[in-house]
Design a protein around this ligand. Sequence first.
Ligand SMILES: Cc1cc2nc3c(=O)[nH]c(=O)nc-3n(C[C@H](O)[C@H](O)[C@H](O)COP(=O)(O)OP(=O)(O)OC[C@H]3O[C@@H](n4cnc5c(N)ncnc54)[C@H](O)[C@@H]3O)c2cc1C
Ligand code: FES
Length: 255
Amino acid sequence: MRYFKDTTVLNNQMICTDVYLLEFAFPEISNSVEPGQFINIYFPGKTQLFPRPFSIAGVDGEKIKILYKKVGCLTEIMSQWQSGQNIRVLGALGNQFDIRNQQSVLIAGGIGLAPLLFLNARLEKLNYPIINFIGALSGNQLPLFNSMSGKTIIATDDGSQGYCGNVVDCFRQKLDSISRPFSVYACGPDAMLSALWRLAREHKFDLQLSLEKIMACGLGICQGCAIPHAKPADHPLRLVCQDGPVFNANELELS
Ligand SMILES: Cc1cc2nc3c(=O)[nH]c(=O)nc-3n(C[C@H](O)[C@H](O)[C@H](O)COP(=O)(O)OP(=O)(O)OC[C@H]3O[C@@H](n4cnc5c(N)ncnc54)[C@H](O)[C@@H]3O)c2cc1C
Ligand code: FES
């Protein structure tokens, strides 16, 4: 069920360089929202017509948590919000991770950590073994990973913390030591997801990817978030906002 809601910011704080944790009350969805889903934040009165999509990073009672990175004009505005600021949100949108009953491997790149924090909390409740691979450019850009359950392996591009290199290379090095069967759930930049997609084909593991494609309407109207399906004869273009954002790797053709 989707709800348009005018609500107020309860908390909005910078937790590491340019990354913020936003909390607001949304009781209509907080009990039913699933890991992988997202919300649209609207900016009435601003020149931009379109909302901005953000993954749900966690739920605490009636509160929804969003972990966001300041990258452009509207996230810049969000970063200035104080407690009590009125905001307009729409959610919950999109599909969810299909949680398998087996060991889970979570792979996050940068702000792609957001939906995996929520997934990690859900997996903890289900008592499945979890391994987290968390990638970032640098050790000072690793928000909230300490709160995650399971074993956590860090990779930083500059080598300032954990494995020196990208998170997919880090995972590849450990792949043979992870007992099968396992399912991989991932979110991050396009290049990271493509590398994982190729690895899953080569090593035949179950993989779900949450795509953070640039969206306009976020509601299945503009077709701006269309992606090709792996079997175009069976399926026409898929919409990330409606059919996703989570896709099984077999459905995608990422090259
Ligand atoms: C389903 C979904 C979930 C998302 N979840 C999160 C989240 O939890 N936390 C978070 O910080 N961001 C998330 N994003 C990305 C977020 O929506 C964009 O960062 C945001 O819309 C940028 O708005 P802006 O006005 O500040 O930037 P703009 O001024 O519109 O753009 C600034 C720069 O950011 C790039 N950009 C814009 N949108 C995206 C995008 N979707 N993906 C990658 N780059 C983008 C632009 O190309 C440009 O270079 C998500 C996107 C999707 C589609
Ligand atoms: S963003 Fe408009 S159809 Fe998906």
